[in-house]
Design a protein around this ligand. Structure first.
Ligand code: SAM
Length: 190
């Protein structure tokens, strides 16, 4: 491995945001899961959370795309996922097309934040909506009612990245050194 390649990996890991995460609730189409994880990597997210109800359990343990560099935690239930995220002091935002939802650009993403995205056809469950701290919406001006879930994730995550860049949150390493070394090692470096 060249020193340049190793330095590139270290620079990527140094920008990882440990207090910004995504929770995918019953998002089960492999191309959508892969696309969201790819965006998470691009934005600098270290860990993605997933919850699959019984009927979507075939997703469990299958490859997620850019999973080599983004950790995944699967939860058995949405209650478990919410308890974990809130236990880590995160504000939990649920993306949801509802009249009570606020514009996704009006949120402070420099706070520890988890953003929940719902199932491709039915959206987030009622329980997820009830347990979340805030509904957020991406305004829709056209004929279609909603965006593809991976497109919605990209829009919200890049707003979070924009705010965190301005706040200087990518200028300091958040990921513990041990985890940086573990990730490098698992991917064949050094
Ligand atoms: N009929 C579903 C509903 O009402 O929620 C549509 C589901 S949408 C295709 C799949 C997921 O993409 C949603 O659960 C949400 O996470 C996200 N999404 C899509 N468009 C969105 C928008 N305009 N605002 C917020 N989230 C959106």
């Amino acid at each position: 491995m060249s020193p340049e390649r190793y330095q590139r990996i270290r620079n990527v890991l140094a920008r990882r945001q440990t207090d910004l995460t995504v929770c995918l609730e019953n998002v089960h189409k492999p191309h959508n899961v892969s696309a969201v994880v790819r965006t998470c990597d691009a934005v600098g997210i270290h860990r993605v959370h997933t919850v699959w109800e019984e009927k979507y359990q075939f997703r469990r343990g299958t490859a997620m795309g850019s999973q080599n560099w983004v950790r995944q935690t699967n939860h058995d239930t949405i209650d478990d996922a919410m308890a974990t995220l809130k236990g880590q002091g995160m504000q939990v935002l649920v993306t949801h097309l509802s009249p009570s939802a606020i514009d996704f650009r009006d949120v402070d993403y420099t706070k520890p934040t988890a953003i929940l995205f719902g199932q491709e056809k039915y959206g987030a469950t009622d329980k997820a909506k009830a347990l979340a701290d805030q509904d957020i919406v991406i305004p829709m001006m056209g004929m279609v009612q909603s965006l593809n879930v991976s497109v919605a994730a990209a829009l919200v995550l890049y707003e979070a990245q924009r705010q965190r860049t301005i706040a200087g949150m990518y200028d300091k390493q958040h990921l513990p050194e041990q985890e940086c070394q573990a990730l490098s090692f698992e991917n064949g470096y050094p």
